[in-house]
Design a protein around this ligand. Structure first.
Ligand code: ZN
Length: 94
């Protein structure tokens, strides 16, 4: 631990160029919002919000079948969306 030059305290004035970090509801890995896919609720159904523009709560997933499958199996999407009865059929892989 060495004292840093305080005149350069603002080395990282912005959170990150990549944007805020989210936790994938599938594998629980953390990743930048920009690399994850958002899931939102529309009319009681969970849908992939690829444009990340849908209102309301969002759940975040890595873009890939593995994480979607994990999330479906662990039922973490409904929890993340605070909508335990949400229809997940639109997300079912294959
Ligand atoms: Zn993941």
């Amino acid at each position: 631990m060495q004292p840093r030059d305080s005149s350069r305290a603002a080395e990282h004035p912005e959170p990150s160029r990549e944007g805020p970090v989210r936790t994938c509801v599938g594998c629980r890995g953390r990743a930048s919002r920009s690399v994850l896919v958002r899931v939102a609720v529309v009319d009681g159904r969970a849908v992939l919000d690829t444009a990340k523009t849908l209102p309301g709560r969002g759940a975040w997933l890595h873009p890939g079948d593995d994480c979607i499958e994990l999330a479906l199996r662990r039922r973490t999407i409904g929890r993340a969306l605070r909508a335990p009865d949400v229809d997940l059929s639109a997300l079912t892989v294959r």
